[in-house]
Design a protein around this ligand. Structure first.
Ligand SMILES: [Zn+2]
Length: 365
């Protein structure tokens, strides 16, 4: 995420702080100072920093659980709304998904209970008095952690409870239907919350909109997955595309950009084996800084995945969800490129299936 500062690294995961979080801290300190002077500013800032430290621990609950199933998270970023762990994918097995989803709130529950035990007792009313400055810092922190655990278990995307619900449904209904049902429950929940917000705290309306959009995103994703069911990569790939030769210079790459409507250009060797990928943005970026004589291959992306034409689209669909993945190569048994799988091509297949669900795709590579 741009505008983030790396503050540390733990077991292969970078911990980053977004600049808006620092501004948020300054704002908290300034408003506390205006009400109660330096002591209040110090206490409020310390409290917020401690809470967000617990939020990072919560994210590491998810990250470490996912790592057990072979999923690495390169970074976790602190934003004023909470922590965001970048997880390339979720475990496909609902039991594993359940463990990963529960691991975050479990961390807050443990912190809250340990603090409560250390303090002797946690009165049930303490949650309502979380802003009360007379409570000790640790008591407020204990209450905040219990609140975080409970709030995150609300059964709606994007809260962890939404994942828990999805995993439990998937064990009974299977993946696609589970996503649909979980998304509907999330949206119904958002409506109820927004309705409550109309008569109570207006902040609830914002949270409701946030939940609704996340649930709608999940539902859309599930519909796309449903539309791609039963299709192979060959059905969805682009077969008419212009590759760029590995010997080409930037000027020739610009020519290819102008001559076609393509946004992604595979860079291929003499045997049509892909060596890298140039997107329209990559070419524009290179042209901004360099002349036309520079080799185009100096600016290409490497490490783009290849898939086989016979692979089911459902299994490779997720790899294109990462915004950094511009396209996938489709290669034959010799490694030569025969097609290009792009987000746009997938979107077109979904469109065709949405107007004609029975449409047969007979094109084969
Ligand atoms: Zn979480």
């Amino acid at each position: 995420m741009p505008w983030s500062i790396t503050v540390g690294r733990f077991g292969g995961t970078a911990v980053k702080i977004h600049i808006t979080f620092l501004l948020f801290l300054v704002w908290i300190a300034a408003s506390a100072w205006a009400h109660g002077g330096w002591a209040a500013a110090r206490d409020s800032t310390l409290f917020i920093v401690l809470i967000f430290f617990c939020v990072v621990l919560h994210e590491f609950g998810h990250i470490l659980a996912a790592r057990r199933y072979g999923i690495q998270s390169p970074e976790v970023t602190l934003l004023p709304i909470g922590g965001v762990a970048s997880m390339p994918r979720l475990p496909p097995d609902p039991r594993q998904e359940l463990v990963v989803a529960l691991a975050g709130p479990a961390v807050n529950l443990v912190i809250g209970l340990v603090l409560a035990l250390a303090l002797g007792s946690l009165k049930p009313g303490v949650l309502a008095e979380i802003d009360d400055p007379r409570l000790s810092l640790l008591a407020r922190l204990a209450a905040a952690n219990i609140f975080l655990a409970v709030f995150n278990l609300v059964p709606a995307f994007p809260m962890d409870g939404g994942r828990v619900l999805h995993a439990l449904l998937a064990m009974r209904l299977g993946g696609a239907l589970a996503t649909e049902v979980a998304a509907k429950i999330g949206q119904a929940f958002a409506f109820a919350l927004g309705f409550l917000g109309l008569f109570g705290n207006p902040l609830l309306i914002f949270i409701a909109i946030f939940i609704y959009m996340a649930a709608a995103g999940e539902a859309q994703m599930s519909a796309a997955q449903q539309a791609l069911k039963g299709l192979s990569v060959a059905d969805a790939m682009e077969t008419r595309f212009t590759p760029i030769s590995i010997d080409a210079n930037l000027g020739q790459a610009v020519d290819a950009l102008l001559a076609t409507a393509q946004h992604e250009f595979p860079v291929v060797d003499a045997f049509r084996k892909p060596a890298g990928l140039l997107t329209r943005e990559d070419i524009l970026d290179a042209v901004r800084k360099h002349g036309g004589e520079e080799p185009a291959s100096a600016f290409m992306r490497v490490g783009v995945d290849s898939v086989r034409p016979t692979a089911p689209v459902e299994t490779v669909f997720e790899r294109l969800q990462d915004p950094k993945a511009a396209a996938l190569y489709v290669t034959d048994s010799n490694g030569a490129i025969v097609g290009l799988l792009t987000r746009q091509a997938l979107a077109e297949v979904v469109l065709i299936r949405s107007v004609r669900p029975d449409w047969r795709f007979d094109r084969r590579a």
